[in-house]
Ligand binder design. Sequence first.
Ligand code: HGY
Ligand code: MN
Ligand code: MN
Length: 416
Amino acid sequence: MPAPGENLRINPDRLWNSIHELAEIGPGIAGGSNRQTLTDDDAKGRALFQKWCEAAGMSMGVDQMGTMFMTRPGTDPDALPVYVGSHLDTQPTGGRYDGVLGVLAALEVVRSLNDLNIQTKHPIVVTNWTNEEGARFAPAMMASGVFAGQFSLDYAYGRKDSDGKAFGDELKRIGWVGDEQVGARKMHAYLEYHIEQGPILEAEGKQIGVVTHGQGLWWLEFTLTGKEAHTGSTPMTMRVNAGLAMARIMEMVQAVAMDAQPGAVGGVGQVKFSPNSRNVLPGTVVFTVDIRSPDQAKLDGMRARIEAEAAKIAAAFGVGCAVEAVGHFDPVAFDPTLVARVRKAAETLGYSHMDIISGAGHDACWMNRIAPSVMIMCPCVDGLSHNEAENISKEWASAGADVLLHAVLETAEIVG
Ligand code: HGY
Ligand code: MN
Ligand code: MN
């Protein structure tokens, strides 16, 4: 029986092939992925993942948010399971690896344990969280947020996409409303492997990111109300220009984030003009400001300043201004015991590593509130993510999966 040592590794080709087979479902237009949550492609991807897991001897449970829990039994039925997962939903112009790497590496850990005939005391549960991205239905990390008690099921079911479709209706439409109460499951620990989605590991020449912390986040949705008017015949002095007010607010957000350097980011990724006609000044402009920092005081200070200054900018243009927080979590400190276990696994395997703070949000950020949690990261080319050109090497992918294998084995406790 092999024990966690430098020769205990996953099967790189099998992991890599699974990633690219799944990528054929919900392909993007430039080589990446567009498998948005609760679409027919999401349903197809779920079905393929379920088939693979059941072929690896796992049994499926699904909760009322559609999250998939695939269990490999442990030798002690009373031992709380070790959960290992991430998400299979993608951005509209996402990459092949964001989320997918973590779910399929967790499956690869189970496949490797099967190959090696290794049993563990604790069950292992490979997890696919519904709607991590928050691209179609805000907020991000929605299902894991409900699981961690941050959002009610009703709130989540009522969230609407840009076509006015409700989350609950879409989950029902694709046939993935499970019978388990969300959050009823208890965890011994939660581990998540993910691409860095930033430039640090590649720039530092490190194979493994030992994730000690995660940035906190606010998503502030602004609704500016101007006056619809003709872009040609309305004199400049008579305009109630919500579009111009939005532009000034976006500039201000940039300035606030730059003033908060180092360790802060701020920007806008989504804007909706109404009526969005070329020759009509917008009556309404809705946009979401995304600000993040690992420092709680800095994060909350940026929010306060942005909301105060946005109100002044809107008033100066005679534009109505409403703001709603549609996403939030505080900065996260992951479990020190698990962090040390990840670092030790990288050292045992001879992989270069460094401690890192996660720039992006992940389901682990919510799990960390209810169970000891940790993340492992691998580099990505040019730090690029949420872009179809997102890219990693097979070597990077499998190094992190090897570390995941060892960290999971230490946590789930080998038997025999
Ligand atoms: O927004 C995030 O950080 C994650 O990609 N959902
Ligand atoms: Mn992700
Ligand atoms: Mn993402």
